[in-house]
Design a protein around this ligand. Structure first.
Ligand code: C5P
Length: 231
């Protein structure tokens, strides 16, 4: 299995030059780069190639959620691009996740394939709002178990979820946690947040940080500070 950095910086931008300028302030020794829907929709595979040429590992965060054969083929293509982490929504179901894994296995590369359980922007009210009646914890645990049964490598969850679920999941399961804030009070649209060090202490293997770094006056200084804190 490939090794991945403990920290991925989410470059949520829609302009290739702005994205490149931002990435050039960062260093592959300290972080990987997460390419999500905004950047990928705006810039496509070209930006992935550029980022990898600079020596960064890439987490392609497109959260696939579609019929199994579509997701299988998308995962194959994503894997062929050489990215280090690919993800999908566990809510797409076990068949979709099994198909995703098949897509990865057919490729020449071996990225981690992980499933989003519940978005860190969702809380129990949001869950009720979409008609889910089980508790948030049960919902997350069910989705995580189903990802593990589909032989995925891990999940995306809130660092706060890990302690409630890890006893029911494989020992080497990968926990990737967004919803990180330098100070717990600055949440933006995230609901279930933790600081970088809290997340690592709670069992996170990889933390994902976007705006706390990218909107800082000196992103490189904040990255250095976080790296020192968590290593
Ligand atoms: O700016 P911020 O640190 O909130 O960015 C978090 C990043 O992680 C965003 O790119 C978002 O799409 C992504 N993400 C998330 N929650 C998940 C999965 C991914 O916030 N469950």
């Amino acid at each position: 299995m490939n090794t991945v950095p403990k920290l991925f910086v989410a470059i949520d931008q829609n302009d290739i030059n702005t994205a490149k300028k931002l990435i050039q302030k960062l260093t592959p020794k300290l972080c990987g780069i997460k390419v999500g829907k905004e950047l990928f929709t705006a810039c496509g595979p070209e930006i992935i190639e550029w980022i990898q040429d600079k020596g960064f590992k890439v987490f392609l965060d497109l959260k696939y959620h579609d019929i199994p054969s579509t997701v299988e083929k998308a995962c194959f293509v994503a894997s062929q691009m050489g990215v280090s982490i690919v993800n999908l929504h566990a809510l797409g179901g076990k068949d979709m996740m099994l198909a995703a894994k098949e897509g990865i296995d057919k490729s020449n590369n071996n990225p981690y394939i992980i499933a989003v359980t519940l978005l860190t922007s969702m809380d129990s009210n949001a869950l009720k709002g979409i008609g889910f009646t089980s508790s948030m914890n049960d919902q997350i645990l069910n989705l995580a178990k189903s990802a593990s049964q589909a032989n995925l490598d891990g999940i995306v969850c809130s660092a706060r979820d890990i302690r409630n679920i890890r006893d029911f999941l494989p020992e080497n399961f990968l926990y990737v946690t967004p919803g990180i804030r330098l100070y717990n009070k600055d949440k933006d649209d995230q609901k279930r947040v933790s600081t970088p060090l809290e997340a690592i202490k709670m069992g996170s293997d990889v933390i994902v940080i976007g705006r706390s770094i990218t909107e800082a006056e000196h992103p490189e200084a904040v990255l250095n500070q976080i790296y020192d804190e968590i290593t």
